[in-house]
Design a protein around this ligand. Sequence first.
Ligand SMILES: [Zn+2]
Length: 174
Amino acid sequence: MQPLIDEARTFPARAAAHRVDLGPHTTRVTPKAMFIACSDAHVVPALITGSRTGDLYELRTYGGRIPPYDEHEQTGEARTVEHAVDVLCVSDIVVCGHSRCGVTDALHIDSEAAPFQRAASQLHTLTQFDALSQYPCVQARLIDRTLRLHAWFYDIDAGTTARYDPRASAFLPL
Ligand SMILES: [Zn+2]
């Protein structure tokens, strides 16, 4: 833990040395996108997308899970999505799954062969994507054509990212 504490203490100096723009704080800036991903430490959205302070509004959960919308139970995930869509008015939401995701272990996949686990992780990603698209706030903005949804899949070994192409019914390179 101590290295993390040391880095946090020296962050202002390192940010200044590398001219990291900590962003304007007097005016509200709309993030470029909402990024929903697994909490896995190998997935670092800012690194993958080259984002800087203020660019991404993130939701990180185990397996990048987005619970089905339930009007009777307001989940933390739902509040986060609604804040991004209705308050921050983001124009794009990325649902990003990743290879070797631990959530597929919990799905009791019989085979641990890489292709099967990869397919299971991609299917899991699309399931979360579908759940997101059912949120009323999301549907309203989709109808208005003011919001775009993207399903991505990050390979943690190669560092490559693919996007889902509905016409090909497959994840294709970005
Ligand atoms: Zn994961």
